[in-house]
Design a binder for this molecule. Structure first.
Ligand code: CLF
Ligand code: SF4
Length: 490
């Protein structure tokens, strides 16, 4: 079986220069073709297209102070044990089954649970089989970079267009606080010398990938007091070397994960610290703000995990009509490409509408959205496990990031430390003035209003950014956006 997917190049979507308003509009055509359906490399795409990871890489060649390998790789995953480790043959079977069942799945990544390039046989065997059996699935790999220069020739054999390198520092003194040791040329090397080698290999690997036309995303873990301000320099350097995207992620350091940082009380950043740092880096390069720190065996849209539907025993029991599934898959992709094209056109008029307000000196407003995908306001407030946060201003609508919460209607109203799900949602929505959702009960409505957050269900099932632009216009018409009003809110 071979997977063939419609791409904008064959007429189902847009790669013309006419999409100037979209986030992809400024890109050369060959790059756009690589990112238009990659949910991590395109913020726009992540509302529609899904990724999956296969956990074929158990070992690692370095130690990070934020990792305990009983859990997923913290570079690319939310802590939680990998449910099943796979051999390459099992992994390929799983990918084909997911491609047939979730037609939106366009990208296969190997991201752990250890480091993919520290497990080269298993990683490359998986890529080799997939490049033959599913040539239209994009192949993606995430690595700490230590073995990258040594593996680069092998990597380029399998049509791998996207590589993520986790680069937390470019200064070995900073690195010594993050990496206690590396395993290099059959030796365990510790301290500053270890991070000096790691940094050198990461930078060399980045240069070699760029020279070969492979898109590179750099992930950095933001560790307050260790590398926070240093990441601005990291961003500048990796951009200068040709990295496509920088993804600054918050350190996850709960004590129960048993990591060095977790056990020694190293805290993660607040959402304000994360956003501030992302904004500081953004002057220099494209920032990814929609990362969900996925598990190394995640399946589905970013932010959802359908992995439990695809355990090996369930896959063995599936009766899949592959030719029929591939027809459906092609149809779904064509429909998504059409939707994206009309959204791009709508976005142009939305930007024009908002920029018409420029003469008035209006303040920006943060708005939260409950969504379960497709770029729509389509989630009940009480069912939301995360909120997408956008900033509306005279410059347009921009995505800021997501904030996790606990589903208010989950039946389990306790979120630990005596906090209810509603209290948790109120806390994560701090700073937002509006929350848009498809429905909301009266019980949360009252405390939200009391906290200065206006619930809004008038735009249920509408496109997120268009709805936010409309609400911003309404706030302006109601006189809520003047600088005087800002002082009152502050
Ligand atoms: Fe996976 Fe990473 Fe490829 Fe994406 S994830 S290997 S680039 S397909 Fe994406 Fe997940 Fe963030 Fe990674 S949201 S953790 S950035
Ligand atoms: Fe863990 Fe990934 Fe660091 Fe290896 S590179 S120690 S798997 S976080």
């Amino acid at each position: 079986m071979e997977l063939r997917i419609d791409t904008p190049d064959n007429g189902s979507g847009c790669t013309s220069g006419s999409c100037g308003s979209s986030e992809l509009g400024h890109l050369p055509e060959h790059i756009r073709a690589k990112v238009f359906n990659h949910p991590c490399y395109s913020e726009e795409a992540h509302h529609y297209f899904a990724r999956m990871h296969v956990a074929v890489a158990p070992a690692c060649n370095i130690q990070c102070n934020y990792c305990n390998r009983k859990y997923d790789c913290a570079n690319e995953s939310r802590p939680g044990v990998v449910s099943e480790l796979h051999h390459p043959q099992q992994a390929v079977k799983k990918v084909l089954a997911v491609a047939a069942t979730i037609p939106q799945m366009t990208v296969l990544g190997i991201a752990g649970p250890g480091d993919p390039l520290a497990n080269p046989e298993r990683t490359f065997e998986t890529f080799r089989m997939l490049s033959e059996q599913a040539p239209d699935i994009k192949l993606c790999v995430s690595t700490n970079g230590l073995s990258l220069p040594a593996q680069i020739e092998e990597l380029t054999k399998y049509n791998i267009d996207h590589v993520t390198i986790t680069i937390n520092c470019v200064d070995p003194d900073v690195g010594a606080k993050i990496y206690p040791w590396i395993f290099w040329k059959n030796q365990r090397i510790k301290g500053r010398a270890a991070s000096a080698i790691l940094i050198e290999q990461q930078q060399l690997g980045l240069e070699m990938l760029v020279a070969r036309g492979i898109l590179v995303k750099v992930n950095s873990v933001l560790i307050p007091g260790v590398n926070d301000q240093h990441l601005i320099e990291v961003s500048k350097i990796v951009k200068a070397k040709g990295a496509f995207l920088h993804n600054v992620m918050p350190l996850i350091s709960e004590a129960e994960h048993g990591t060095f940082y977790g056990m020694t009380g190293q805290r993660g950043p607040t959402s304000t610290e994360l956003q501030t740092l992302q904004d500081q880096c953004a002057g220099d390069m494209n920032m990814m703000r929609h990362c969900r720190q996925c598990r190394a065996d995640a399946v589905g849209l970013l932010g959802e995990d359908r992995g439990a539907e695809f355990t090996m025993d369930k896959i063995e029991a599936m009766d899949i009509n592959y030719p029929e599934a591939m027809k459906i898959r092609a149809g779904v992709h064509a429909a998504i490409n059409q939707t994206l094209e009309s959204k791009r056109l709508a976005k142009t008029s939305q930007v024009i509408n908002i920029s018409n307000l420029k003469q008035n000196k209006l303040r920006p407003v943060l708005m939260a959205v409950a969504s379960k995908g497709s770029d729509l306001i389509n989630e009940h407030f009480g069912h939301a496990k995360e909120f997408l946060v956008y900033e509306a201003s005279q410059n347009g609508v921009r995505f800021i990031g997501h904030r996790k919460t606990a589903a208010y209607c989950s039946g389990d109203d306790s979120c630990g430390e005596g906090e209810t799900a509603l209290q948790r949602s109120l806390k994560v929505l701090q700073g937002c003035e509006v929350v848009l959702c498809s429905k909301i009960g009266i019980e949360p409505w009252v405390p939200l209003e009391a906290a200065g957050i206006q619930p809004n269900v008038e735009h249920a099932m509408e496109s997120i950014e268009e709805a936010i632009a409309t609400v911003y216009q309404e706030m302006r018409a109601a006189g809520k956006l003047t600088l005087k009003q800002q002082q009152k809110v502050a």
